[in-house]
Design a protein around this ligand. Structure first.
Ligand SMILES: Cc1cc2nc3c(=O)[nH]c(=O)nc-3n(C[C@H](O)[C@H](O)[C@H](O)COP(=O)(O)OP(=O)(O)OC[C@H]3O[C@@H](n4cnc5c(N)ncnc54)[C@H](O)[C@@H]3O)c2cc1C
Length: 286
């Protein structure tokens, strides 16, 4: 008998998994998504950056998957005619004190095989890439890209359906019961039986885990971050992505994603080190 596979969550993880299983002919795949569209949560609200693998410890699975995933995502976007814009990323040391940390990022990036990586020394060279940035040196990743992850998820969803899978929108899983070799999944008013169920519920993974009686710990805790959009009239001040050298003393990350596929330009402020000290790319407007 064909294996019945249920997947909870229609973000990019659930849909990419459903696509892989359906295309491999692993079984009858059904995705449950509680919202009325795919990618309604993290996937549709992220920064749209295709990371190239700059920060991860060399040899780690994260580093390997990041580099391989970048190439796979690029191929997928090209194949589906979806936007994939290599606007590049500059990690900027604003003063001499940040040079050792910048050197470590460069070392890791090279060990991870980040393509096209270059060390940029001096303000004059920096300004060739980002005319309005302030700093003494940088690491430049020219192939870091921006994409529209919601559009990618939609395209993957079409592949799921084309391969015979089912995507049920507006169907929140509210009950899961493991009985012998099968799993019963309940939504409001419906019940489905599967041989396997895979939870890809993003930031509600802990809630779904509790439905099967899992230990209530660990628990996902919300963490507030804030984004500002650059006034579109100022978009020309930022060419690619500008990041600070990561600071363990800071709780957040400053970044810009200008001219992204959605023409969105976002800033994530660093509470302990205001972002204008990092880059002087025009004024922020809420
Ligand atoms: C602010 C921010 C910025 C980010 N920027 C980037 C970036 O630039 N680049 C990058 O690669 N990554 C980025 N990430 C990380 C990336 O967005 C996530 O890793 C990814 O989207 C996770 O996908 P997911 O499918 O696991 O989760 P989600 O997209 O959150 O999907 C989970 C889905 O499960 C559904 N669900 C939950 N419970 C149930 C239930 N009981 N029944 C049915 N459905 C349910 C939800 O409705 C949701 O649609 C960012 C994350 C955040 C928060």
């Amino acid at each position: 008998m064909t294996e019945r596979i249920g997947i909870i969550g229609g973000g990019i993880v659930g849909i990419a998994l459903a696509r892989a299983l359906a295309q491999a002919g692993a079984g009858d795949v059904t995705v449950f998504e509680k919202e009325h569209r795919l990618a309604a949560h993290q996937t549709g609200h992220n920064s749209g950056v295709v990371h190239a693998g700059l920060y991860y410890a060399e040899g780690s699975l994260k580093a390997q998957l990041c580099v391989a995933g970048r190439a796979a995502l690029r191929d997928f976007c090209l194949q589906k005619n979806l936007p994939y814009r290599e606007v590049g990323k500059l990690v900027v040391a604003v003063d001499e004190s940040e040079l050792p940390a910048l050197a470590e990022i460069e070392r890791r990036s090279r060990a991870n095989g980040v393509p096209g990586l270059a060390r940029i020394n001096g303000a004059a060279r920096l300004h060739e890439i980002e005319p309005h940035v302030t700093g003494v040196a940088a690491v430049h990743s020219p192939h870091t890209a921006v994409v529209d992850f919601a559009a990618i998820t939609e395209a993957m969803g079409q592949d799921v359906r084309a391969a015979g899978g089912t995507i049920l929108l507006g169907q929140e899983v509210v009950a899961i019961a493991v009985e012998g070799g099968t799993v019963r999944v309940g939504t409001a008013g419906t019940e489905h039986v599967f041989d396997r169920v895979i939870a890809c519920a993003g930031l509600q993974s802990d809630v779904v885990a509790r439905l099967v009686g899992a230990d209530p710990s660990p628990k996902i805790l919300p963490f507030r971050g804030e984004y500002w959009s650059l006034n579109p009239a100022r978009n020309h001040l930022v060419q690619g992505m500008i990041y600070p050298v990561p600071d363990p003393g800071s709780r957040s990350l400053a970044c810009t994603s200008p001219a992204a596929c959605t023409t969105r330009c976002t800033w994530v402020p660093m509470p302990s080190r205001p972002s204008p000290a990092r880059a002087t790319a025009g004024s922020r407007s809420p």
